[in-house]
Ligand binder design. Structure first.
Ligand code: 5GP
Ligand code: MG
Length: 471
């Protein structure tokens, strides 16, 4: 008979294996492993990795440890407990009496008594470790140790499959020292939005030489972000217009010298629009004062949708598609589109939570589909695609349910701020770089019921001059 503890360990290992063989991101897999280790041992746990030059340990995932402990600065690999260097499990029974522990005081303050560290081995080399921090003095049995090392081995397998055939940037994505010191607050905001949508990123992963004087590099360009899953660099330009010209020149040069590199530039204005969508940044304070310009009239929309529906009816002549809409902007579009489609169809909806700027929130499906889409032909219906981040998330969610096919139908497409380049099967209109409202689309919950699509007249509030301080 297995003991209660054995059953707990078995369950955690089974969950970890399921995560490792599933299609989730590496980050999610590691979180499952670390969380399972911590919970089963009734302790805190973290996963640390050696950085790229193998001199420091960096935190990659943790569970049940206080924030201040994680932010204490990363212990140097040589000074701290050395399971990573030796490739063996290290047990520290009482941290107060062990000089191998850095930040002993802080560890004690966090109630940590013992630490067990087990290396994660990749291709015969230790690359990091799983550490368990217990609040009780550790009387570790062989069973406990073999459990932690099994979890560490699973982390090793997760890394191995992740790294197979990966580029240099992707490898350095794993080794990103965290927390990252951002050069500009806007970069941090951007990283948070990416985190919210569960998109992996690396900050300034690589510098591209642009000019040489003989062998000496005289000019370089370091893009702000790299998004490994998209193989895309993103440069945020929150600078003054005068400096943007120089940046544009560098970017042209980069594209000439490295044509295989994909890079997107977000201008200050693009970026402010992106933030404003979530209620942040300077534009979020603005108010709409009616409509500035009608982009597409009721008749324009009707005609266009008729054509789209005709095409869909033709393409799905012998299939019964499920139309899935993303709440809430899709409502007018879906209603008109489905009534023009002549093949039988099913209808379902999804709703997701929006980024609210809180630190560790992640996107959630707040209303999932009611129908089972496995083996069915799904058409995702969206009002507008901007950066593509939302749609990317939704499509991944749908793909995991194994539909027979998955197409995307959008009324409005704004390419200029695209970050995730997704294939769109049916597009209503290509729209310019303007925020739009009406026909289901809102500006702060206003204007949804307009029967046309328009550009609202958005005015920023006058900037209040700060009272001058007298000394
Ligand atoms: P993405 O994730 O592609 O950047 O943003 C897509 C979502 O942002 C859309 O589903 C929509 O809710 C919102 N959105 C993007 N652009 C606009 C716009 O011009 N007007 C309105 N009302 N919403 C927009
Ligand atoms: Mg939408």
């Amino acid at each position: 008979m297995a003991s209660g503890k054995e059953r707990t360990y078995y369950k955690a290992v089974r969950r970890a294996i399921n995560a490792v063989i599933s299609e989730t991101s590496l980050k999610d897999k590691l979180t499952v492993i670390v969380r399972g280790t911590a919970r089963s041992m009734k302790a805190g746990a973290s996963l640390v990795l050696l950085n790229a030059d193998r001199t420091k340990l960096v935190h990659s995932a943790s569970w049940g440890l206080p924030r201040y402990y994680l932010q204490k600065g990363m212990p140097n690999a040589d000074k701290s407990i050395s399971e990573v260097a030796t490739g063996r499990t290290v047990i520290i029974e009482d941290i107060k009496r062990d000089s191998r522990v850095q930040y002993r005081q802080m560890a004690a303050q966090a109630g940590i008594v013992s630490i067990i560290g087990t290396p994660i081995i990749l291709n015969g080399l230790p690359i990091g470790s799983i550490r368990v921090y217990t609040k009780q003095p550790c009387e570790c049995s062989r069973q406990d140790i073999s459990f932690v090392s099994t979890m560490a081995n699973l982390a090793g397998i997760a890394f191995k499959s992740y790294l197979e055939g990966q580029s240099e940037e992707r490898v350095s994505a794993l080794r990103q020292t965290q927390p990252v010191a951002f050069a500009h607050p806007s970069e941090e905001d951007f990283a948070r939005i990416l985190d919210f949508y569960n998109m992996e990123w690396v900050y300034e992963p690589r510098s591209f030489p642009l000019k040489w004087d003989g062998d000496r590099i005289t000019e370089m360009f370091t893009p702000d972000f790299y998004l490994p899953n998209l193989d895309l660099y993103v440069e945020l330009t929150t600078l003054k217009q005068s400096l943007v010209t120089d940046k544009n020149r560098k970017l042209r040069r980069l594209r000439e010298l490295y044509p295989e590199i994909k890079i997107t530039l977000l201008y200050k204005n693009d970026y402010n629009h992106l933030l404003a969508k979530y209620g942040f940044g300077p534009l979020a304070q603005s108010r709409a004062h009616g409509i500035k310009q009608i982009l597409y009239s009721t008749v324009d929309i009707k005609n266009r949708i008729q054509k789209m529906a005709k095409q869909i009816s033709k393409d799905y002549a012998d299939r019964r598609p499920i139309l899935v809409g993303l709440q809430r902007g899709f409502i007018c579009f879906m209603a008109d589109l489905m009534r023009q489609i002549t093949v039988p169809l099913d209808l379902d909806f999804i709703a997701i939570s929006y980024y609210t700027g809180t630190n560790d929130s992640v996107v959630k499906i707040t209303k999932d589909m009611d129908l089972n889409i496995a083996g069915r032909h799904v058409i995702m219906v969206e009002d507008i695609v901007d950066t593509g981040i939302t749609l990317n998330y939704i499509l991944n969610h749908l793909k995991a349910r194994k539909p027979a096919s998955l197409a995307v139908c959008v009324l409005l497409n704004r390419r200029i701020r695209r970050i995730v380049d997704l294939p769109l099967d049916y597009i209503g209109f290509e729209i310019p770089d303007e925020f739009v409202v009406g026909y289901g689309l809102d500006y702060r919950e206003e204007y949804r019921n307009l029967p046309f699509i328009a550009i609202p007249d958005i005015k920023r509030p006058p900037v209040k001059k700060r009272a001058q301080l007298k000394d």
